[in-house]
Design a protein around this ligand. Structure first.
Ligand SMILES: C[S@@+](CC[C@H](N)C(=O)[O-])C[C@H]1O[C@@H](n2cnc3c(N)ncnc32)[C@H](O)[C@@H]1O
Length: 300
């Protein structure tokens, strides 16, 4: 049984964070990720914060658009990830305009009102209170600056050559387990977050919210990076003992991805998933609103 074999949590206990897995995830979606960054139309010279930068895999894509006249600040709560990000950047062409610092999303190491863009990929799924974190990030943006949140949504994942009833049972079991596991001491995760992001940004006070979706389709024959990525996902669906699945379903699912008869090796293999990139503009509250908030706070 492959449970907990492919994926390892990082020092913060966050699964799907093992660096090697993140690298294969990045490599296997390289063209869509390039397109996501192009579609943001980020201006040269921008000051961009990569919030939850991990090992810095997005930095080259972001560096290309802000250019040497811009600046990138990568932040993360994981020291381990920041060390890897710095190693990657050290001898790169973008090293002179990139910095990495340890910080949490809601307490960025910069003054209010200075960032043009705050970009955050594959992090919102780990936020137990995404609305309050997004609201706390807003003031770091210039007036009219943009928050960009990119994330997955496993409600969109489909394998064309796997029994649909088995897929439904596996996905529903994981979704149910995600709601329960946090009460048992596991770190929070919402792998169905992508389609909820637009409403979260709205609730956090952003305006002009735009949602772009990217459907990622891969067919046989598959590159090794994609096989590793999919095996990581498949393993993760049945990790932590898969309490809402029968032993039979766990075995069948495992066989689909890890046995000699793996669906990944078949000519009819097709997998689709949709990722979400949501942007919102931040406008500093006007002096009047600010005064009203201050008066209300004082009189409480
Ligand atoms: C799945 S990884 C994504 C890394 C990178 N953005 C990427 O897409 O390759 C999630 C990252 O978010 C970081 N993270 C999670 N919660 C955070 C928080 N509240 N503040 C800062 N970083 C956080 C984790 O340490 C981890 O490096």
């Amino acid at each position: 049984m492959a449970v907990n074999r492919t994926i390892h949590a990082n020092e913060y206990g966050l699964p799907l964070n093992a660096t090697q897995w993140l690298e294969t995830h990045h490599a296997s979606k390289a063209s869509e990720r390039q397109q996501m960054i192009r579609d943001l139309q980020i201006k040269k010279g921008s000051f961009l914060v990569d919030a939850g930068c991990g090992p810095g895999l997005w930095t080259p894509l972001l560096a290309e658009v802000v250019g040497a006249e811009g600046h990138i600040l990568g932040i993360d709560i994981s020291t381990e990830s920041l060390v890897l990000a710095r190693q990657r950047s050290n001898f790169s062409w973008y090293n002179s305009f990139v910095q990495y610092k340890k910080a949490s999303l809601d307490r960025l190491p910069l003054d209010y009102g200075v960032a043009d863009i705050i970009f955050s990929a594959n992090v919102s799924q780990y936020l137990p209170e995404p609305v309050s974190v997004f609201a706390a990030m807003g003031p770091y943006l210039k007036d009219g600056g943009r928050l960009v949140i990119k994330d997955i949504d496993f409600g969109t994942l489909r394998f064309h050559n796997i029994d649909t009833a088995l897929q439904a049972r596996v996905f529903q079991a994981r979704e149910r387990w995600e709601q329960e596991r946090v009460h048992l001491g596991y770190a929070f995760e919402d792998s169905w977050v992508g389609s909820k992001l637009a409403s979260y940004l709205h609730a956090a006070g952003y305006t002009n919210i735009q949602e772009r979706t990217y459907t990622i389709t891969r067919k046989y024959p598959l590159p090794q990076s994609y096989i590793h990525y999919i095996q990581g996902i498949a393993d993760w669906f049945i990790c932590e003992g898969a309490p809402h699945l029968s032993t039979d379903d766990v075995q069948q699912w495992w066989n689909c991805f890890f046995s000699e008869a793996s669906v990944l090796q078949r000519e009819d293999f097709v997998c689709e998933e949709t990722e979400f990139v949501v942007t919102g503009e931040w406008h500093q509250p006007s002096d009047n609103v600010l005064q009203e908030v201050q008066i209300a706070t004082i009189s409480q």
